[in-house]
Design a protein around this ligand. Structure first.
Ligand code: ADP
Ligand code: MG
Length: 246
Protein backbone atom coordinates (compact mmCIF):
# COMPACT_ATOMS: atom_id res chain seq x y z
CA UNK A 1 0.00 0.00 0.00
CA UNK A 2 1.31 3.43 -0.88
CA UNK A 3 0.74 6.02 1.79
CA UNK A 4 -1.00 9.03 0.33
CA UNK A 5 -0.57 12.40 1.96
CA UNK A 6 -3.84 13.37 3.62
CA UNK A 7 -5.57 16.27 1.85
CA UNK A 8 -4.98 19.72 3.31
CA UNK A 9 -8.19 20.79 5.04
CA UNK A 10 -9.76 24.04 3.87
CA UNK A 11 -9.76 25.17 7.49
CA UNK A 12 -7.59 24.06 10.37
CA UNK A 13 -8.08 25.71 13.72
CA UNK A 14 -5.87 24.72 16.67
CA UNK A 15 -6.21 25.82 20.30
CA UNK A 16 -7.88 29.03 19.22
CA UNK A 17 -8.41 31.51 22.04
CA UNK A 18 -9.97 34.94 21.74
CA UNK A 19 -10.17 37.33 24.67
CA UNK A 20 -11.62 40.80 24.67
CA UNK A 21 -10.66 43.45 27.24
CA UNK A 22 -8.32 43.32 30.21
CA UNK A 23 -8.32 42.43 33.90
CA UNK A 24 -11.74 42.19 35.54
CA UNK A 25 -13.42 43.19 32.28
CA UNK A 26 -11.80 40.34 30.38
CA UNK A 27 -14.21 38.25 28.28
CA UNK A 28 -13.04 34.87 27.02
CA UNK A 29 -15.08 34.63 23.83
CA UNK A 30 -13.29 31.51 22.50
CA UNK A 31 -11.68 29.08 24.94
CA UNK A 32 -9.54 26.73 22.88
CA UNK A 33 -11.33 25.73 19.67
CA UNK A 34 -9.97 22.82 17.62
CA UNK A 35 -11.60 22.29 14.27
CA UNK A 36 -10.82 20.92 10.81
CA UNK A 37 -13.11 21.49 7.88
CA UNK A 38 -12.41 19.35 4.80
CA UNK A 39 -13.05 20.43 1.24
CA UNK A 40 -16.70 19.96 0.28
CA UNK A 41 -18.03 19.91 3.83
CA UNK A 42 -21.21 21.76 4.77
CA UNK A 43 -21.01 22.82 8.41
CA UNK A 44 -23.56 24.58 10.58
CA UNK A 45 -22.20 26.34 13.67
CA UNK A 46 -24.89 26.69 16.30
CA UNK A 47 -25.03 28.20 19.77
CA UNK A 48 -26.92 30.66 21.93
CA UNK A 49 -26.38 34.37 21.68
CA UNK A 50 -22.98 35.24 23.16
CA UNK A 51 -21.51 31.74 22.68
CA UNK A 52 -18.79 33.01 20.33
CA UNK A 53 -20.22 32.26 16.89
CA UNK A 54 -19.52 35.66 15.32
CA UNK A 55 -16.11 35.85 16.98
CA UNK A 56 -15.22 32.51 15.38
CA UNK A 57 -16.66 33.54 12.02
CA UNK A 58 -14.65 36.79 12.04
CA UNK A 59 -11.45 34.88 12.68
CA UNK A 60 -12.24 32.22 10.07
CA UNK A 61 -12.90 35.01 7.58
CA UNK A 62 -9.65 36.82 8.50
CA UNK A 63 -11.63 39.85 9.67
CA UNK A 64 -10.14 39.51 13.15
CA UNK A 65 -7.12 37.82 14.72
CA UNK A 66 -7.10 35.38 17.65
CA UNK A 67 -5.42 36.09 21.00
CA UNK A 68 -3.56 32.79 20.62
CA UNK A 69 -3.72 29.57 18.66
CA UNK A 70 -3.28 28.91 14.97
CA UNK A 71 -5.55 29.24 12.03
CA UNK A 72 -4.77 27.83 8.58
CA UNK A 73 -6.93 28.50 5.57
CA UNK A 74 -6.19 26.39 2.50
CA UNK A 75 -2.87 25.54 4.14
CA UNK A 76 -1.87 29.20 4.64
CA UNK A 77 -1.15 30.22 8.24
CA UNK A 78 -3.21 33.40 8.71
CA UNK A 79 -1.17 34.32 11.82
CA UNK A 80 2.00 34.66 9.76
CA UNK A 81 0.54 37.04 7.19
CA UNK A 82 0.68 40.83 7.27
CA UNK A 83 -2.37 43.06 6.76
CA UNK A 84 -1.88 43.23 3.01
CA UNK A 85 -1.49 39.47 2.60
CA UNK A 86 -4.53 38.91 4.82
CA UNK A 87 -6.60 41.25 2.65
CA UNK A 88 -5.62 39.26 -0.43
CA UNK A 89 -6.46 35.98 1.32
CA UNK A 90 -9.85 37.38 2.34
CA UNK A 91 -10.59 38.59 -1.17
CA UNK A 92 -9.54 35.43 -3.02
CA UNK A 93 -10.29 32.54 -0.70
CA UNK A 94 -13.33 33.54 1.34
CA UNK A 95 -16.82 34.50 0.23
CA UNK A 96 -18.97 36.20 2.87
CA UNK A 97 -22.72 36.28 3.25
CA UNK A 98 -24.12 38.40 6.07
CA UNK A 99 -27.53 38.55 7.70
CA UNK A 100 -28.08 42.11 6.47
CA UNK A 101 -27.01 41.44 2.83
CA UNK A 102 -24.49 44.37 2.86
CA UNK A 103 -25.07 45.30 -0.79
CA UNK A 104 -24.01 48.73 -2.02
CA UNK A 105 -27.12 50.87 -2.61
CA UNK A 106 -27.68 52.59 -5.97
CA UNK A 107 -25.42 50.09 -7.67
CA UNK A 108 -26.92 47.41 -9.91
CA UNK A 109 -26.90 43.76 -8.87
CA UNK A 110 -24.33 43.22 -11.62
CA UNK A 111 -22.03 45.99 -10.32
CA UNK A 112 -22.35 44.67 -6.77
CA UNK A 113 -21.32 41.19 -7.86
CA UNK A 114 -18.44 42.56 -9.96
CA UNK A 115 -17.00 44.46 -7.00
CA UNK A 116 -14.81 41.70 -5.47
CA UNK A 117 -13.33 41.18 -8.95
CA UNK A 118 -12.56 44.92 -9.22
CA UNK A 119 -10.60 44.64 -5.97
CA UNK A 120 -9.02 41.47 -7.35
CA UNK A 121 -7.76 43.38 -10.39
CA UNK A 122 -9.73 41.37 -13.00
CA UNK A 123 -10.37 43.10 -16.36
CA UNK A 124 -13.79 44.46 -17.28
CA UNK A 125 -14.89 41.89 -19.86
CA UNK A 126 -14.02 38.94 -17.64
CA UNK A 127 -15.60 40.66 -14.64
CA UNK A 128 -18.84 41.13 -16.51
CA UNK A 129 -18.92 37.54 -17.76
CA UNK A 130 -18.18 36.04 -14.33
CA UNK A 131 -20.68 38.28 -12.53
CA UNK A 132 -23.41 37.37 -15.03
CA UNK A 133 -22.65 33.68 -14.60
CA UNK A 134 -22.81 34.00 -10.79
CA UNK A 135 -26.14 35.84 -10.97
CA UNK A 136 -27.46 33.14 -13.29
CA UNK A 137 -26.38 30.52 -10.74
CA UNK A 138 -28.62 32.12 -8.11
CA UNK A 139 -31.54 32.46 -10.52
CA UNK A 140 -31.32 36.23 -11.05
CA UNK A 141 -30.33 36.45 -14.72
CA UNK A 142 -33.41 38.63 -15.31
CA UNK A 143 -32.60 41.10 -12.49
CA UNK A 144 -28.99 42.02 -13.18
CA UNK A 145 -29.70 45.74 -13.75
CA UNK A 146 -31.93 46.14 -10.70
CA UNK A 147 -30.61 48.04 -7.71
CA UNK A 148 -30.92 46.58 -4.20
CA UNK A 149 -33.99 48.68 -3.29
CA UNK A 150 -35.77 47.30 -6.37
CA UNK A 151 -35.27 43.73 -5.14
CA UNK A 152 -36.98 41.69 -2.42
CA UNK A 153 -34.98 40.63 0.65
CA UNK A 154 -34.62 37.12 -0.73
CA UNK A 155 -33.40 38.45 -4.07
CA UNK A 156 -30.94 40.77 -2.34
CA UNK A 157 -29.53 37.85 -0.40
CA UNK A 158 -29.20 35.86 -3.62
CA UNK A 159 -27.20 38.77 -5.08
CA UNK A 160 -25.02 38.62 -1.95
CA UNK A 161 -24.50 34.88 -2.49
CA UNK A 162 -23.52 35.57 -6.12
CA UNK A 163 -21.08 38.23 -4.91
CA UNK A 164 -19.59 35.73 -2.44
CA UNK A 165 -19.19 33.12 -5.18
CA UNK A 166 -17.84 35.18 -8.01
CA UNK A 167 -14.20 34.91 -6.88
CA UNK A 168 -14.52 31.09 -6.73
CA UNK A 169 -13.48 31.10 -3.05
CA UNK A 170 -12.20 28.04 -1.20
CA UNK A 171 -14.74 28.73 1.51
CA UNK A 172 -18.20 30.24 1.72
CA UNK A 173 -18.86 31.76 5.17
CA UNK A 174 -22.40 32.78 6.06
CA UNK A 175 -23.45 34.40 9.37
CA UNK A 176 -27.22 33.98 9.88
CA UNK A 177 -27.85 34.30 6.11
CA UNK A 178 -31.60 33.72 6.48
CA UNK A 179 -32.02 35.72 9.69
CA UNK A 180 -33.78 38.60 7.91
CA UNK A 181 -35.79 36.54 5.43
CA UNK A 182 -39.37 35.30 5.27
CA UNK A 183 -40.09 31.57 4.98
CA UNK A 184 -40.26 31.47 1.18
CA UNK A 185 -37.00 33.42 0.70
CA UNK A 186 -35.30 31.33 3.39
CA UNK A 187 -36.19 28.24 1.38
CA UNK A 188 -34.78 29.79 -1.83
CA UNK A 189 -31.49 30.76 -0.22
CA UNK A 190 -31.07 27.38 1.50
CA UNK A 191 -31.82 25.60 -1.76
CA UNK A 192 -29.01 27.59 -3.39
CA UNK A 193 -26.66 26.68 -0.51
CA UNK A 194 -27.63 23.02 -0.88
CA UNK A 195 -26.93 23.13 -4.62
CA UNK A 196 -23.58 24.80 -4.02
CA UNK A 197 -22.74 22.09 -1.50
CA UNK A 198 -23.72 19.38 -3.99
CA UNK A 199 -21.42 20.97 -6.55
CA UNK A 200 -18.52 20.61 -4.09
CA UNK A 201 -18.36 24.02 -2.40
CA UNK A 202 -17.12 24.19 1.18
CA UNK A 203 -19.67 26.01 3.33
CA UNK A 204 -19.66 27.15 6.96
CA UNK A 205 -22.99 28.54 8.02
CA UNK A 206 -23.78 30.16 11.34
CA UNK A 207 -27.33 29.86 12.56
CA UNK A 208 -29.34 29.50 15.74
CA UNK A 209 -32.24 27.85 13.88
CA UNK A 210 -32.57 24.06 13.82
CA UNK A 211 -34.43 24.14 10.49
CA UNK A 212 -31.49 25.90 8.87
CA UNK A 213 -28.83 23.71 10.51
CA UNK A 214 -30.75 20.66 9.25
CA UNK A 215 -29.46 21.45 5.75
CA UNK A 216 -25.82 20.96 6.74
CA UNK A 217 -23.86 17.69 6.73
CA UNK A 218 -22.24 18.49 10.05
CA UNK A 219 -23.39 20.43 13.10
CA UNK A 220 -21.02 22.04 15.61
CA UNK A 221 -22.44 23.48 18.80
CA UNK A 222 -20.71 26.17 20.85
CA UNK A 223 -21.36 26.90 24.51
CA UNK A 224 -19.41 29.71 26.16
CA UNK A 225 -16.66 29.65 23.54
CA UNK A 226 -16.17 25.88 23.55
CA UNK A 227 -17.21 23.14 21.13
CA UNK A 228 -19.57 20.89 23.06
CA UNK A 229 -20.90 18.88 20.12
CA UNK A 230 -19.61 18.00 16.65
CA UNK A 231 -21.77 15.54 14.73
CA UNK A 232 -22.54 14.41 11.20
CA UNK A 233 -26.06 14.12 9.87
CA UNK A 234 -27.98 13.38 6.68
CA UNK A 235 -28.64 16.83 5.25
CA UNK A 236 -32.28 17.87 4.88
CA UNK A 237 -31.60 19.08 1.34
CA UNK A 238 -31.80 15.43 0.31
CA UNK A 239 -28.12 14.94 -0.44
CA UNK A 240 -26.96 11.50 0.67
CA UNK A 241 -24.00 11.79 3.06
CA UNK A 242 -21.13 10.57 0.89
CA UNK A 243 -18.87 10.38 3.90
CA UNK A 244 -20.71 9.52 7.06
CA UNK A 245 -17.60 9.32 9.17
CA UNK A 246 -14.66 11.61 9.45
P1 ADP B 1 -22.48 35.17 19.23
O1 ADP B 1 -22.19 35.57 17.82
O2 ADP B 1 -22.53 33.68 19.43
O3 ADP B 1 -23.73 35.81 19.74
P2 ADP B 1 -20.13 36.71 19.92
O4 ADP B 1 -19.00 36.03 19.23
O5 ADP B 1 -20.69 37.93 19.27
O6 ADP B 1 -21.30 35.65 20.17
O7 ADP B 1 -19.69 37.09 21.41
C1 ADP B 1 -19.05 36.16 22.28
C2 ADP B 1 -18.70 36.88 23.58
O8 ADP B 1 -17.71 37.87 23.35
C3 ADP B 1 -19.88 37.61 24.22
O9 ADP B 1 -19.76 37.51 25.62
C4 ADP B 1 -19.68 39.03 23.75
O10 ADP B 1 -20.27 39.94 24.66
C5 ADP B 1 -18.19 39.15 23.72
N1 ADP B 1 -17.72 40.11 22.70
C6 ADP B 1 -17.92 39.99 21.35
N2 ADP B 1 -17.32 41.03 20.69
C7 ADP B 1 -16.73 41.79 21.65
C8 ADP B 1 -15.96 42.99 21.61
N3 ADP B 1 -15.64 43.59 20.46
N4 ADP B 1 -15.53 43.50 22.81
C9 ADP B 1 -15.81 42.87 23.97
N5 ADP B 1 -16.52 41.74 24.07
C10 ADP B 1 -16.99 41.20 22.93
MG1 MG C 1 -23.35 36.69 16.44
Amino acid sequence: MTAEAPPVPVLRVQDLIKEYGEGDAKVRALRGINLDVEKGDYVAIMGASGSGKSTLMNILGCLDVPTSGTYLIDGADAGRLDEHQLAILRNRRVGFVFQSFNLIPRMSALANVELPLVYGGIGQAERRARALAALEQVGLADRVHHEPNQLSGGQQQRVAVARALVTAPALLLADEPTGNLDTASTKDVLQIMDRLSESGRTIVLITHENDVAAHAKRVIRLVDGEVVEDRRQAPAGGVPPRMAVR
